[in-house]
Design a protein around this ligand. Structure first.
Ligand SMILES: [Zn+2]
Length: 251
């Protein structure tokens, strides 16, 4: 690190659990953020401010006026422009040290596979089950830690699937793809603005800990947050040995 970086990251370096070594691990890391919306906004901003070296930001949408109530990566003048371009500008203003790769598409198939393979940590900040399952399959395949968050109305949830460990559960263990889950989109259900900020910020915290190798992550625990009544609950997660996605992993 140069002198400017030592100053910029001094409040991390002062932490006993962090120090220079953990900060250097952040600077050397690449994070993939799938979705530059309500969750992806705070997640990307904290990862950039904290000094993750490279951020790949993937989203196929353009900024819409209805996004601005919670998607703090974007500003009024960005309405109509691709979210990843607006995001890249905001992140560059926050921390020019960080290389931001703007992927202006809905990641799927081989493109998703390649992006996950090149990343040290993956943050699922998407808003639909098809993407969530595709991201999970790629993370299982490449043994990458996955930080999964979701929020709609006043209800948020968050967990970590640390797929570097063969004992880890995966998203499919928890929400099997063929189950009849109702797709709850913000567009029809509404969402409390700071809810996505809280969940997305926690996703950033978990991703930073995973990369830095400090503390204990949410692996094996699902946190459920009710913002309307200010209540947190925690549920233990177990692997499904018969899981279609992670069940056949070599262990
Ligand atoms: Zn599984």
């Amino acid at each position: 690190m140069n002198d400017e970086q030592l100053l910029r990251y001094s409040r991390h370096i002062l932490l006993d659990e962090f120090g220079v070594e953990a900060q250097e691990r952040l600077l050397a890391a690449r994070a993939l953020i799938v979705g530059a919306g309500g969750l992806g906004s705070p997640a990307a901003m904290y990862l950039a401010a904290a000094g993750i070296g490279r951020i790949a930001l993937a989203d196929g949408d353009v900024v819409d006026l209805t996004n601005l109530q919670r998607q703090i990566l974007h500003a009024t003048r960005s309405v109509g422009t691709p979210k990843v371009e607006s995001g890249r500008e905001t992140l560059a203003r926050l921390n020019p040290d960080v290389q931001v790769e703007a992927i202006a598409m809905r990641l799927e198939g081989e493109a998703l596979d390649a992006q996950v393979a090149r990343s040290d940590v993956v943050l699922d900040c998407s808003d639909n089950f098809a993407t969530r399952h595709a991201v999970n399959r790629a993370c299982v395949k490449h043994a990458r830690p996955l930080v999964s968050g979701a929020g709609v109305r006043f209800d948020g949830q968050l967990t970590v699937f640390d797929l570097r460990s063969p004992q880890s559960a995966c998203y499919e263990c928890l929400f099997p793809e063929d189950a009849e889950l109702e797709e709850m989109r913000c567009a029809v259900m509404g969402v409390f603005a700071p809810l996505t900020g809280i969940v997305g910020t926690m996703q950033a915290a978990e991703a930073l800990k995973l990369v830095a190798g400090v503390g204990e992550t949410l692996a094996g625990r699902l946190v459920i947050f009710d913002a309307l009544n200010a209540q947190w609950r925690e549920i233990r997660l177990a692997r499904d040995p018969g899981c279609k996605v992670c069940g056949k992993r070599a262990r």
